[in-house]
Design a protein around this ligand. Structure first.
Ligand code: SF4
Length: 344
């Protein structure tokens, strides 16, 4: 990433997904990735050259002086950078007290790396995890042969977190795609076997300004309904904690216990403070997600809580899948409960 000035980095910080602290800044460790995931912003836009450690250290010091206390580390793939543990230790030493790492876990197959990251100060991890078989992993990640390393990486991380004796939070992020939506339950089962106990199931977001990339990956809400309910049943039965991201209440109408776990986000680097600052060239590849609702949503009891669905989804597929959920009272009236009662 290119550092082009201070102004944007000095903006008022916003809460980041996955980091509860309001004073959080994103540290973009690397411009390289060992995957070519189909739902990525645009893997071909990567310059393939990482920013110097000196620039990142200066950015960390500057943001600490501004009062930031939490760090969310990503990149394209953060851990391809060899000095990742060193930079995490530096961040901890200068006073960041919450350090969250997002990774696809493949680099964690390197013996000792997971333990080193935790010892350096990382205290929570999100693992991008979208497949239950090697073939599915290849279909999603766009590269061959990474599944075995990913499995070893997750096992190493789970073992290192247990051995650290510290409270290290681990969670998996599963993006729901055309290639994996029928296998959501198997993916959750595999995550459970690997020792993970927190899962976020995320309906794919249109991250790239090239919308054809999104349309090629998105599975319709109508198609994911049954597999999603099946996966949620598994998570519930196995006591796992979960969130469902970017799915409106009406698409989980038959599974109301999941309504408390729904979350919507409009991911965009545009308004997020980052180290280094994200350049305009890169931002041209990023789509700012906008949510929309059809007019019928005013009749839905969740109309205030629900922002709707991505605008480009609605434009391409229409609103027929979004059916308002009536208030309990209207539902009772519609089903005829109370009919025939004698009025006082
Ligand atoms: S407000 Fe609209 S999109 Fe949201 S749950 Fe209700 S019907 Fe569905």
């Amino acid at each position: 990433m290119v550092v082009t000035g201070r102004r944007r980095s000095l903006r008022k910080p916003l809460p980041l997904p996955g980091v509860a602290e309001p004073r959080a800044v994103a540290l973009l460790l690397s411009e390289r990735c060992n995957n070519r995931c189909r739902m990525c912003i645009d893997p071909d836009a990567l310059r393939g050259v990482d920013c110097s450690g000196l620039v990142l250290r200066r950015g960390l010091l500057r943001h600490r002086a501004l009062g930031f206390t939490a760090l969310e580390i990503s990149g394209f793939e953060s851990l391809v950078r060899p000095d990742a543990p060193e930079l995490i230790r530096f961040a901890r030493d200068v006073g960041f007290d919450r350090i969250h790492v997002i990774t696809n876990a493949r680099e964690l197959a390197r013996p000792g790396l997971a333990a080193e990251l935790i010892a350096s100060g990382a205290d929570s991890f999100t693992i991008s995890f979208h497949a239950s078989t090697a073939r599915m992993e290849e279909a999603v990640s766009g590269v061959r042969g990474g599944f075995g390393r990913k499995m070893r990486g997750v096992r190493n991380l789970v073992a290192a977190a247990r051995q650290s004796g510290r409270a290290v939070a681990l969670r998996a992020n599963v993006v729901i795609l055309r290639q994996n939506h029928r296998s959501l339950r198997s993916i959750c089962r595999l995550l459970h076997r690997l020792g993970l106990r927190t899962v976020h199931l995320c309906f794919v977001s249109p991250l790239s300004s090239d919308l054809e990339r999104y349309y090629a990956q998105v599975a319709r809400y109508g198609r994911i309904r049954e597999p999603l309910r099946d996966a949620l049943g598994f998570l519930r039965d196995h006591g796992m904690s979960y969130q469902v991201v970017n799915v409106p209440h009406c698409r989980l109408r038959g599974f109301p216990q999941a309504w408390l776990h729904l979350r919507h986000e409009a991911p965009s680097l545009r308004d997020t403070p980052t180290i280094p600052r994200v350049g305009e060239t890169f931002l041209r590849c990023v789509r700012t997600s906008r949510k929309r609702k059809p007019g019928t949503c005013v009749r839905c009891r969740f109309t205030r809580a629900c922002p709707g669905v991505d605008d480009c989804y609605l434009e391409r597929f229409g609103a027929a899948e979004l059916r308002p959920i009536p208030s309990p009272e209207r539902e009772r009236n519609a089903t005829g409960a109370g009919r025939g009662r004698v009025r006082p």
